[in-house]
Design a binder for this molecule. Structure first.
Ligand code: MN3
Length: 199
C-alpha cells in the first residue's frame, strides 16, 4: 500500500482556541504531508512494499531508519487528528474509564502521568496511553517512535514536537499538554482503539 494524507476530521479552525488554524495548516497540511511523500519514496523497492502500515512501522524499526521515521510519523499523525475533537476532553466512556482506574489508579492520576510523560520527553517525541499485557500504561517515545515498537498498542498519543505547539504556546509545553487533555481529547476514539487493542 502507499501512504495518503487523510483530510482532517474537522475544519482547520475547529480546535481554537486550544490549537490554532495556523498550527493545523502547518502541522497537517505541511508536516504530515512531508511524512507521506517521503515515506512513499522510501518505501519503493523495499521488502515492505505492499504491507500494512503497522507491519511497515514494526518491520522497519531498527532496520531502515529513513522509512521508519516517516512511516512511524504517518501512523502517529493518522491517529493524532482523530484523538482530538472540538469540545473534547469530556467524559470518558465507562469501560475505558474502568480500565484506566484499574491500570493507573484514577483518572486524575492518568492525566497527571500522561502530561508528565510529555513534559519529560527530552526533545521531540510523544506521550502515550497504551495497552501492554492487557493493562493501560503511560509511555513516552522519541521522534517517530510509538508503543507499537515497545511491545504495546497505542490508544492515545500527544505530539510534543515543537511544530505541534510552538505557534500557540511558544515554550510552554506543559500548558499545551494540559489543554490537550482538558479540551481536545476525543475519548470515544480512544475507547475504540482500546477495544481493538484488547481483542
Ligand atoms: Mn507532528
Amino acid at each position: 500500500m502507499s501512504f495518503t494524507l487523510p483530510d482532517l476530521p474537522y475544519a482547520h479552525d475547529a480546535l481554537q482556541p486550544f490549537m490554532s488554524k495556523e498550527t493545523l495548516e502547518y502541522h497537517h497540511d505541511k508536516h504530515h504531508l512531508a511524512y507521506v511523500t517521503n515515506g512513499n519514496n522510501l518505501l519503493k523497492g523495499t521488502e515492505w512494499e505492499g504491507k500494512s502500515l503497522e507491519e511497515i512501522v514494526k518491520g522497519s524499526f531498527g532496520k531502515n531508519a529513513g522509512l521508519f521515521n516517516n512511516a512511524g510519523q504517518h501512523y502517529n499523525h493518522l491517529h493524532f487528528w482523530k484523538w482530538m475533537k472540538p469540545n473534547g476532553g469530556g467524559a470518558i466512556p465507562g469501560k475505558l474509564e474502568k480500565a484506566i482506574v484499574d491500570g493507573l489508579g484514577s483518572v486524575d492520576k492518568m492525566k497527571e502521568d500522561f502530561i508528565q510523560a510529555g513534559v519529560t520527553q527530552f526533545g521531540s517525541g510523544w506521550s502515550w496511553l497504551a495497552v501492554k499485557d492487557g493493562k493501560i500504561v503511560v509511555m513516552k517515545s522519541a521522534n517517530g517512535e510509538s508503543p507499537l515498537v515497545q511491545g504495546a498498542s497505542p490508544i492515545l498519543g500527544c505530539d510534543v514536537w515543537e511544530h505541534s505547539y510552538y505557534i500557540d504556546y511558544r515554550n510552554r509545553r506543559p500548558d499545551y499538554l494540559k489543554a490537550f487533555v482538558d479540551h481536545l481529547v476525543n475519548w470515544e476514539y480512544v475507547a475504540e482503539m482500546y477495544e481493538a487493542a484488547i481483542k
